[in-house]
Design a binder for this molecule. Sequence first.
Ligand SMILES: O=C([O-])CC(=O)C(=O)O
Ligand SMILES: [Mg+2]
Length: 551
Amino acid sequence: MAPRPDVPHGRALLADALRNKGVAFTREERQRHGLVGMLPPGVLSLDQQARRAWEQLQAQPDDLAKNVCLEQLHDRNEVLYHRLLTEHLKELLPIVYDPTVGEAIKRYSHEYRRPRGVYLSVDHPQDVRPAFEALGLGPDDVDLVVATDAQQILGIGDWGVGGMQISVGKLAVYTAAAGIHPGRAVPVMLDVGTDNQALLNDPLYVGNRHSRARGKEYDAFVAAYVDTVRDLFPRALLHWEDFGPGNGRRLLDAYGEKVCTFNDDMQGTGAITLSCVLNAARVSGTPMREQRVVVFGAGTAGVGIADQLRDAMVRDGLERDEAVARIWCLDRQGLLLRSTEGLRDYQRLYARPDEEWSDGSGKPKPIGLEEVVDRVRPTVLVGTSTVHGAFTEEVVRSMAAHVERPVVLPLSNPTEKIEAMPEDVLRWTDGRALVAAGVPLPPVELNGTSYVVAQANNALIYPGLGLGVIVSRASRITDGMFQAAAEALADLAELSGTGAPLLPQVENLRASSATVATAVARRAAGDGVARAPLDDVVQQVQDAMWQPEYA
Ligand SMILES: O=C([O-])CC(=O)C(=O)O
Ligand SMILES: [Mg+2]
């Protein structure tokens, strides 16, 4: 992990992925570090090693095999792994991250090779502290901790201990995109059990073999995690990933004001969607205060998106309740009404008055997406439902009948969960729709125009956000910092020309993350939460970015 005084020797050095250079160790280094006879005599450069690793990767039969191959490299030689990732970001992001990471998570116990990160068990809360102490890192050595309890992995639900791979994948993106030092970042799996029966009945499953802990037991375990990290690593930013709807918002409410922390699915996804909609508003000429937004899937992500769009409408001149009134949220029960049973507290704000939708006679019937789109005539349709194909031709055509440039954002992932394929949406609307998806997709060729589909994934936000927090040493993360991130990213997109994507391309992730980081750090200072002096933010951000090169 982070530079330690005790530089390992011999085989231990080869096994230390952060320091290992493999055949790039020079003859002199081999002699100095006790490696004589342990490596073939040839000495390769990092570039040559990267070429070989790339060849090995190309020989893999499918994306899951590529993911496994890359993660093995990750465990052997981190510099080489990150070199490869940085050089081939567009090709490799879908392998180490969404969508293939979903497959790796499902297959975790069967592809199991080498543990990575910190595994905490709800059955042994007394081990939380020793587990972090075993990293051998000092109070200033950790910048970032990504933790999941895996209840709601991507759009694929509860995957128990396999969720570790989402923490690992997010950190890989942090480093590739924003140069977060891989030795100063820790992935964590909070194993509270799983309600996934297939896992519980799988003899090879390597997680806790019981149902999910809830209530006091859960809260005490999470508290032990937060308290221990704050105590041992007071500089660390705490990132929450893929928690269930019952816990994600609650944990953020409990810790958001006290700790430097954020929930990526609520706030990162909210910010990236805001970026998209800000640019769609530029293209269509319809200001934010005039947008009508339908959110299909009112879970953590959907409501997080609603919150940030609402705030953007308020900044554009609306009162808060006027902005809320321009947002319609649907969940499993259909359109959320005040009388809807089982509303979660965070959904309540967006529940519509029943009078709007019924004549008051009898119990209201569930109101589906078609009816809502038909009556509301939304300008923006967001999908966070994981219902594949929910944005039917009928729904999209109905929307496009009333709106010149309908904004359609099928964000569910992995690809098998997407609400509509952008290709279809563009075809149904004769190329008028402004589309972005949560997963990477190829450009759509239609009537002689190539439409580049932006990837509206929180990967364009969280790495820069994290870097901005680290550079400014922010004591907590304000709403304004998300706004700054969303606006800075939106400003980077080239919107000219038919078919231009709504967001900067993933190939430029390193540059766009630096821009996001700069905006976030400045806003941290503006909001009074920065603890580091920021004399030259642009340079400070550059200096803070770790490069994949041998020491
Ligand atoms: O990881 C991703 O690709 C986006 C995300 O946070 C999620 O879907 O949960
Ligand atoms: Mg997530």
